[in-house]
Design a protein around this ligand. Sequence first.
Ligand SMILES: Nc1ncnc2c1ncn2[C@@H]1O[C@H](COP(=O)(O)OP(=O)(O)OP(=O)(O)O)[C@@H](O)[C@H]1O
Length: 234
Amino acid sequence: MSFLEIRDLHSGYQGSTVLQGVDLDVDHGQVLALLGRNGVGKSTLINTICGLVRASSGSVLLDGRELAGQRPDVAARAGIGLVPQGRRVFAGLTVTEHLEIASRIGRDGTWDRAAVLDLLPRLGERLSHRGDQLSGGEQQMLAIARALLTNPLVLLLDEPSDGLAPQLVSQVGTTISEIVQAGTAVLLVEQDLRLAFSVAQEVAVMDKGRIVLREPTMDFRADSTRARRLLGVG
Ligand SMILES: Nc1ncnc2c1ncn2[C@@H]1O[C@H](COP(=O)(O)OP(=O)(O)OP(=O)(O)O)[C@@H](O)[C@H]1O
């Protein structure tokens, strides 16, 4: 049995069904990259897993516990962590305040303030800065720190490279690898294929609200013509 098991999941927005029966497993100790063209439903899947978008049918089992249709706070307590698209840090709150709030959400575990500042030392130098005083890279680190403080079993990362300079993107890759080594599984939505390929053991490709392919990253990279066709890139 996989750690996170998604079966025949449907969800969407008023008047439009986006997820049309998603089946996907994420295993212990794994980074799984979720790829696909714009608008195929990757963010909708992430947001349905964590309860921000309500599942209309299907199943999201985390370590044997059913989460489909549950509220976001229930999903967080069960062990789903989210680094949302666009980071969503609060402009008027300091780094310290963000970390304090996050510590009260989710589960107890080894990720406490000292551990996340050890992983992301730059944040330690910015504790009194407000969200709107941070660079894009620092905001991304804060979004990751906040999610880790909930001690997730599975961390959902929605386009963490978005808007970051190449050097910072590779730093995000290193951080993701360290998080997985510490025992958290990762589902990574990413347009930056270099980042996705560098950290993920496997890739899953989404199209029109379904998973249409899943295979080891090495095999996916080996057929670049098919990869380009599936992802709609140059
Ligand atoms: N809040 C919303 N209300 C209504 N429709 C939405 C909402 N969010 C997304 N959609 C629609 O759902 C579909 C899937 O969008 P989604 O953001 O999940 O795709 P995606 O694969 O993550 O794309 P991208 O890479 O552009 O973020 C799109 O047609 C989008 O317009």
